[in-house]
Design a protein around this ligand. Sequence first.
Ligand code: FEO
Length: 173
Amino acid sequence: MLSKKLESAINEQINAEIWSAYLYLSMSAHFGAEGLPGISNWFKVQFQEEMDHALKFMDYMIAKGNRVELSSIDKVGTSWNSILAAFEDTLQHEKVVTSRINNLVAMARDEKDFATENMLQWFVNEQVEEEEMAKALIDSIKLIGDNGFGIYTFDKELAQRTYNPLKSSASNE
Ligand code: FEO
């Protein structure tokens, strides 16, 4: 069983993951309305992955005999001035998530809760990928600039992203 302190911190993280999902769902809706279905798809997959992150934490807490308490989700933005602005917000947000995960690891280590520290390693690795992916997309968008054909191609490329559900929310797969 997790300590009350870790239980509360993970409940906060579940809220943060669902807030992330909400943010990306809003970005998906925005780009869908802007006539960019590929970018909309990319953010929709991002939304689904964030919900998986919340479920992974939830399943872990239940497996350990802890209580999951869901709280209200803060409002998110509803429009972005450019494709670049949305991906820069994405990277910025993922950096915040990385530091939250690092704080959880430090807390688990401090308490010698090695099972939780081990579970969190999945998220540590995931955050490296999340930041890397957002950075790579920002670089591409900067290269494309205002080139209409470039934006068209970028949108087509992002339409290819597919959602792969996590095999087991409580495991480290
Ligand atoms: Fe759940 Fe994008 O971190």
